[in-house]
Write a protein that binds this ligand. Structure first.
Ligand SMILES: NC(=O)c1ccc[n+]([C@@H]2O[C@H](COP(=O)([O-])OP(=O)(O)OC[C@H]3O[C@@H](n4cnc5c(N)ncnc54)[C@H](O)[C@@H]3O)[C@@H](O)[C@H]2O)c1
Length: 354
């Protein structure tokens, strides 16, 4: 029987049992070097935090800081085990050096869906070419495993709900979704050709502390918090009946660690809560958490790069393959987001744009 050395993140009975059912009793990350692309960003920085808890000896972050922020890694950098390289994943020489000697690669760097639509060629270079180059380097360097961020966008407007991983990708109409689907296909082909071990995670609607509140591509939740804080009604584009499968970023980071330590490979898994929330419900919940339960909502004509009216993940495969289940209820996860956002407003003065 192998010695049980699970990271702190799994030291609760349920998580340990699920991980054990999925076959991962040891912690292969302990004492290892990991690389996190896009690791100064929203999700990547939470993965870095958990890799510290998991006992990695060295965590290299590569981020060109177009959306990444030093503040996201503030605590992680004090561990002395995290190194931030401000560089571009399109720099093949740099990437070759970073991948060399690495045990596990977490590939998070990507452009937002909106930016992909505005700058398709850049999107192709970052999301397709650089991902191809990274996969090739991982094979060359004999990396133990890649854990790669995919997206529910590969489904486009799904036909079946809850949506399983077997849903076809042909209803996606975005370059972003196409690039993610192609990334999954590339990984599978490299598994076939070279035995590369990988797991891709199809994140659904991720929210939580460190969401972008500064840039051009802020999320609807951030714009609602800005308005609610100044006594204005949140604006909803469309009728508000559009649904999402909301998952808190700390759960998403935990799914990455489980994917890395489990024996699962050559598989794409949904990472969602398995619960459907409409924009209306979300706006009312946020208003309640921010102390304005009776607030009116303003409705405007829908305008979106990806007008998908419904999202709901079937979460069975992730539970069976890597022992992952979302654990943070929406109300708790949103309260965590609001608390962080208020701290940001106080310390940086940002977010107060009315
Ligand atoms: N946030 C979500 O709801 C969501 C949903 C589905 C999938 N995803 C995927 O999850 C991953 C992480 O997303 P996120 O929400 O943390 O976004 P993010 O923008 O916060 O993180 C991406 C990071 O990649 C960096 N980056 C971009 N291009 C780069 C380049 N050429 N070289 C180096 N670094 C580069 C950015 O600076 C940023 O820090 C992405 O692959 C994204 O497509 C996110």
């Amino acid at each position: 029987m192998p010695k049980v050395m699970l990271p702190d993140v799994l030291r609760d009975d349920n998580a340990r049992n699920r991980a054990s059912d999925a076959g991962s009793l040891t912690n292969p990350l302990e004492g290892q070097r990991c690389l996190v692309t896009g690791g100064a960003g929203f999700i990547g920085s939470h993965i870095v935090d958990l890799l510290i808890d998991a006992g990695c000896s060295e965590i290299i972050v590569i981020d060109n800081m177009i959306r990444g922020r030093h503040a996201n890694l503030e605590r992680a950098l004090t561990s002395g085990r995290v190194r931030l390289i401000e560089g571009d994943i399109r720099d093949t020489t740099l990437m070759r050096g970073l991948v060399q000697g690495t045990d596990t690669v977490f590939h998070q760097a990507a452009l937002r869906i909106t930016q992909c639509a505005q700058e398709p060629r850049t999107a192709f270079e970052v999301m397709v070419t650089a991902t191809y180059d990274l996969i090739e380097e991982c094979v060359r360097a004999d990396v133990r495993k890649m854990v790669v961020a995919s997206s529910a966008s590969v489904y486009g407007m799904a036909q079946d709900f809850p949506t399983t991983e077997n849903q076809n990708p042909y209803d996606n109409r975005t370059l972003y979704g196409a690039a993610k689907a192609f990334g999954e296909g590339m990984l599978r082909s490299f598994n076939d050709m070279h035995g590369l071990d990988y797991v891709t995670l199809r994140y659904f609607n991720v929210y939580g502390p460190r969401m972008d509140i500064h840039g051009r591509y802020t999320e609807v939740l951030v714009r609602w918090m800005d308005r609610l804080a100044t006594g204005q009604a949140p604006v909803i584009f469309g009728d508000g009946l559009q649904t999402m499968d909301m998952i808190q970023v700390k759960d998403v980071a935990r799914a990455n660690i489980l994917a890395a330590i489990s024996p699962a490979s050559d598989v794409a898994l949904n990472v969602g809560s398995g619960e459907e929330t409409s924009l209306l419900e979300l706006a009312h919940l946020l208003a309640r958490i921010m102390g304005q339960p009776g607030t009116q909502l303003i409705f405007q004509e829908a305008r979106s790069v990806n007008p998908v009216p419904r999202r709901l993940a079937d979460t069975t495969a992730a539970r069976e393959a890597i022992g992952f289940e979302a654990a943070i209820p929406l109300a708790d996860g949103m309260a965590d987001l609001v608390e962080w956002w208020r701290e940001q407003r106080e310390t940086t003065g940002l977010g107060a744009i009315g």
